[in-house]
Design a protein around this ligand. Structure first.
Ligand code: A3P
Length: 327
């Protein structure tokens, strides 16, 4: 009941407040989780509530990402793929899932466990949601609710060139400051030190990569760059992976192409709901437009010096060495 849920959160708030803190570059510090990653206190509490209370089912599909690596895009593509109905007799333009995507932000359609579900001192009962439940999270692999791996449900990870990720993250943070600073230097230093919204970019990616290598049938590993270069091919791969491959008939009717188009940066960013609407994240309204900045590969030279880029590439090389992962 409500009282006991509030109690759960309150106890965790007290516990997390004892964890060491580090400056985040924003107005509150990050706390350090015993598993070695950082985030703000309320988000860490929500992660811990999710760990205790989220029970995955084998039919679930969970998107896992490091922030700013293509989460919004992947949510849109997955939602449209899983809930497509081909528009009944009316053709792909009448597809019910695509209509939803025009009316609602992808974060409303595929919520984050720790940012939207386990918030406001609530422990919602998700058991009555129809299968497949589509959910998302930024939680690092070591702290993921154990039932996700145990259930055998599908997990889809997407990552991105860390240089573009950093630039995107910095814009995202800077837009949230009362006075944008317009300088990437501090964000760069924190990023290189692994002090990012869910800890080190490299640790996050590597842990999910290793899980994918161990369990390729459970964990799909995608990159923003591959998705940009061949969106249709990657969409088909995604559909296949989640057990909803496009049939020959659907391909002939261009259902898959319609999804690619509806989820393109231009379509999503241009939708009225994403231009003017908001979504509640961590109990605060966030402008949907913040999730659509440029949507391109390789935009980093506009913001990072060559020295910064070299430093990041060096870290990437040393961290990923021997893992088989090449970005
Ligand atoms: P940029 O800041 O480089 O433009 P996330 O969704 O994980 O928060 O990542 C946000 C990044 O994805 C932003 O990158 C955003 O512009 C980009 N993005 C959002 N929707 C997209 C889409 N439909 N196609 C391509 N990129 C998209």
């Amino acid at each position: 009941d409500e009282e006991s849920h509030r109690e759960v959160y309150e106890q965790l708030r007290q516990l997390v407040s004892t964890y060491p803190t580090v400056p985040s570059g924003l107005d509150t510090p990050y706390h350090r989780h015993p598993d070695g990653w950082y985030t703000f206190l309320p988000a860490m509490v929500s992660v811990m509530v999710a760990q205790r209370h989220f029970t995955a089912r084998d039919t679930d599909i969970i998107i896992t990402t490091f922030p700013k690596c293509g989460t919004t895009w992947l949510k849109a593509l997955l939602f449209a793929t899983v809930h497509r109905d081909g528009g009944g007799g009316g053709g792909v333009e009448d597809d019910a899932a695509l209509a939803q995507l025009r009316a609602r932000n992808p974060h409303e359609l595929v919520p984050f466990l720790e940012i939207q579900v386990y918030v406001r001192d609530r422990v919602p009962d998700l058991s009555s949601l129809p299968a497949p439940r589509l959910l998302a999270t930024h939680i690092p692999r070591p702290s993921l609710p154990a039932s996700i791996a145990a259930s055998g449900c599908k997990v889809v990870y997407i990552c991105r060139d860390p240089k573009d990720c950093l630039v995107s993250l910095w814009h995202f943070h800077d837009a949230q400051r009362p006075e944008p600073r317009g300088d990437v230097g501090e964000e760069f230093r924190l990023f290189c030190d692994g002090v990012s919204p869910v800890g080190s970019y490299w640790d996050h990616v590597l842990a999910y990569w290793r899980w994918h290598v161990e369990r390729p049938g459970q964990v799909l590993f995608m990159t923003y760059e591959e998705l940009s270069a061949d969106t249709l091919g990657q969409l088909r791969r995604l559909a296949e992976f989640v057990g909803r491959p496009f049939t020959g008939e659907e391909r002939a009717a261009r259902v898959d192409e319609a999804i690619v188009k509806a989820c393109s940066f231009e379509s999503l960013a241009g939708a009225e709901v994403n231009r003017s609407g908001t979504v509640e994240l961590m109990e605060e309204p966030m402008r949907n437009a913040e999730f659509f900045r440029r949507g391109v590969v390789g935009g980093w030279p506009n913001y990072l010096s060559l020295e910064m880029a070299t430093r990041i590439d060096e870290i990437t090389e040393s961290k990923f060495k021997g893992s088989g992962l090449v970005l």
